[in-house]
Design a protein around this ligand. Structure first.
Ligand code: AMP
Length: 176
């Protein structure tokens, strides 16, 4: 287990009021990333209880999910798959749209990124309304992936995103 506590990880996340819009409390993870001990400690906690032989692919969500997801894949010695905003991936994709407060967004994944039956760990920096993660869960379902777990650094539990993510176990390091 990590020598970095979850309280230290929480203290390394900066709250920025009214960014990018009035009323939003933005959870800025860049101070955590800039501190090698905190970043490594966050990775220890994110991967707690997951064995190297239990996951085939880590899926990270555009863009901050790439940071933690790629680090997780390198630690586990497994592959990394990016789920990106629509229009960024060059090969054939599956796409899934979801509602935002104003308008909608679309996430995409390469059709051959995960083989049917592969065990996938989904990683993102933050769970808010759960729209992004829920759309990614359905993309992974279309690929035939087996979702081993979903892990976030931060969860805004008052937005109840967790309830939209299906049956895979969800873990968050810091909850507001
Ligand atoms: P959602 O689809 O509502 O769960 O939003 C998730 C995505 O939006 C995450 O990948 C975050 O990067 C970003 N996000 C949403 N709310 C915040 C916030 N308060 N602070 C930082 N990032 C946020």
């Amino acid at each position: 287990m990590s020598r970095v506590t979850l309280a230290e990880i929480e203290a390394a996340i900066r709250n920025v009021p009214d960014f990018p819009r009035p009323g939003i409390q933005f959870k800025d993870i860049t101070p955590l990333l800039a501190d090698g001990r905190m970043f490594a400690g966050a990775m220890d906690h994110l991967l707690a209880g997951i064995g190297r032989d239990e996951v085939d692919k880590v899926v990270g969500i555009d863009a901050r999910g790439f940071i933690f997801g790629a680090a997780a894949a390198a630690r586990l010695g497994c592959g990394f798959v990016p789920v990106r905003k629509k229009g960024k991936l060059p090969w054939r994709t599956h796409e899934e749209s979801y509602d935002l407060e104003y308008g909608s967004a679309t996430v995409a994944v390469h059709v051959d990124a995960v083989r049917p039956g592969e065990r996938v760990l989904l990683v993102d920096d933050l769970l808010a309304t759960g729209g992004t993660a829920a759309a990614t869960v359905s993309l992974l379902g279309r690929l035939g992936a087996r979702l081993a777990g979903i892990r976030f650094v931060v969860e805004l539990s008052f937005l109840a995103g967790r309830g939209r993510l299906g049956t895979a176990p969800v873990l968050a390091l810091v909850t507001y």
